[in-house]
Design a protein around this ligand. Structure first.
Ligand code: BJW
Length: 225
């Protein structure tokens, strides 16, 4: 029984019509990271940030899982052992594609978080600044998203699984954001076979044993089958 850890990034959802961050016309070309993806940006202009995530929630809700999301769900169902998908994506295309053993390390668009008491609840399609927490009543709702400078979710479970995995694959992620970009080194230390699946080599591409280059709907399907 072997353990497979799969890290996914924006590239796996690109063919579902969801923009990546660092492409020439991607999200970071249209918005300043400091304004929309940091706690300081939220403190300064919460409406700008809430509107940014409302728009992305609408885009994600209209998108459909693609062949790559479905292939990973198939792998989980058929593999004799554990398959853990760790996604940096905040869309829900992995779960709608059928993945069950899944960690959203950078949070989720369909979740709201109370900045006062840490309670979580399903986000409405359109959040508003000053929405009340259903648990403590504070007007402290925020998107349940991990911004720069914040601690990604479930790191203990991720590192524990990386430390005993046999295969590690990174799909559609540019390797620019830590701690996710450090997972390949962690898996290699554990003796795992590592493979990068992407349109092009990432910033940490040289650390992988092998690469499969091309659009995720083709490369992931071929890797799984
Ligand atoms: C395709 C394709 C197709 C396209 N098929 N492929 C160490 C060194 C230096 C800095 C740091 C460090 N440790 C921490 C930092 C600070 C910071 C950081 O990393 N900064 C860097 C910019 C240098 N990190 C943090 O602040 C993190 N927190 C933290 O570290 O806490 C302390 C800690 C330390 C140690 C252990 C544990 C904790 C938090 C990071 C939060 C990231 N947040 C964002 C935004 C919020 C979510 C959202 O709004 O959606 O998350 S930033 C953004 O980047 C988003 C993404 O999840 C993330 C990664 O982007 P991704 O997915 O890789 O997308 P792209 O666009 O970059 O790449 C797409 C790829 O797909 C490309 O390669 C394409 O080629 C490919 N592609 N089409 C296949 N069809």
């Amino acid at each position: 029984m072997s353990t497979i850890v799969i890290l996914t990034g924006a590239g796996i959802s690109a063919e579902s019509g969801i923009e990546t961050f660092r492409a020439e016309t991607g999200l970071w070309a249209q918005h300043r990271v400091e304004d929309v993806a940091t706690p300081e940006g939220f403190a300064k202009d919460p409406k700008l940030v809430v509107d940014f995530y409302n728009a992305r929630r609408a885009t994600a809700a209209a998108a459909q899982p693609n062949a790559a999301h479905r292939a990973l769900a198939r792998l989980e169902a058929e593999h004799d052992g554990e398959v853990l998908v760790v996604t940096q994506n905040v869309d829900d295309l992995h779960e709608r594609g059928g993945s069950q053993n899944l960690i959203h390390m950078h949070g989720a668009l369909n979740s709201a978080l109370c900045a006062a008491c840490d309670h979580r609840w399903p986000a409405p399609m359109t959040m508003a600044v000053g929405d009340a927490c259903p648990s403590c009543g504070a007007a402290a709702a925020r998107p349940d998203i991990v911004w720069f400078g914040e601690m990604p979710y479930q790191m203990d479970r991720i590192f524990e699984t990386l430390g005993r995995c046999d295969v590690f694959a990174a799909i559609g992620t540019s390797g620019n954001v830590y701690p996710a970009a450090g997972f390949v080194a962690e898996a290699a230390r554990a003796g795992a076979e590592t493979v990068e699946i992407n349109l092009e080599r990432s910033a940490v591409g040289s650390q992988f044993d092998s690469a499969r280059l091309g659009p995720a709907t083709q490369t992931v399907t071929a890797w799984v089958d």
